[in-house]
Design a binder for this molecule. Sequence first.
Ligand code: ZN
Length: 317
Amino acid sequence: MSKTGYFTHPDCKKHEMGPGHPECPERLDAIEDRLLVTGLDVALERYEAPPAALADIELAHPRLHIAALRGLHDWLREDLEAGGPPYSQIDPDTSINAYTWPAALRAAGAAIAATDAVMAGEIENAFCAVRPPGHHATRDKAMGFCFFNNVAIAAKYALQRYNLQRVAVVDFDVHHGNGTEDILAGDPRALMVGIFQHPFYPYSGEHPAGPNMLNVPVPAYTRGMEIREIIDITWMPRLEEFKPELIFVSAGFDAHREDDMGQLGMTEQDYAWITMRIKDVARRFSKGRIVSCLEGGYALSALARSVEAHLRVLADV
Ligand SMILES: [Zn+2]
């Protein structure tokens, strides 16, 4: 049996936000191709992501936010049948098509199902190759390519369903995970550690929203080696002190130096290094349990190589 689960669903490739949009279905194709070419796919246990139950999404989002997205979805579909446009815009970067709602349910459902499989001991850790991503979705607002906060939903779910006392969220996307912070700030059962380019979209994170938030803003052009040093000094003592029983990862790969979305200098070797650090903490405190969810990463080749590096460490291959 493989120790690493790979959760995804075809619906996640049907959601798209218009021609030329960087958060595109080809991102998942690039990852899948890389896993096939490298043979890494055979080392992973593949799972089809189920749709999340609305009651579980409500752990992180008010019913009204969920109903608003559902309403927009129904309206778009009706409008489409009447010959209307294929997209409905939520903000300048974020829009829905006829498949956004089912894809968003599968993305959150992947994180929840991965949590269940890891907690049951079926697998040691998991990677959710899903879109839409989640870490910019606040309690009541879809933004920055995100609709439901997959990681925050699963973290809240893990706390409730398994009565855990301490879950950690590690976010290494180039952008601050403002949505996850909004949802988890002030909950002493959760610790979030993040590193992100600043000042940069979404222009938050400089002043943490709660004592359980460890935000590390870094300037543009910070290199991978410097980021490693910063992580060792800031994240590691805090994670060791917290002793998480389960670790979630907001795995965004847009801090890669080939990714034009940001201006940080990470490479796939740096992502492997970060994953090793996370794994060390997981081994010591959380029985190896890690649930990692795809967030950003828009340079397709760099994204695919970085996910491969991340997965090789998770799966020990
Ligand atoms: Zn990002």
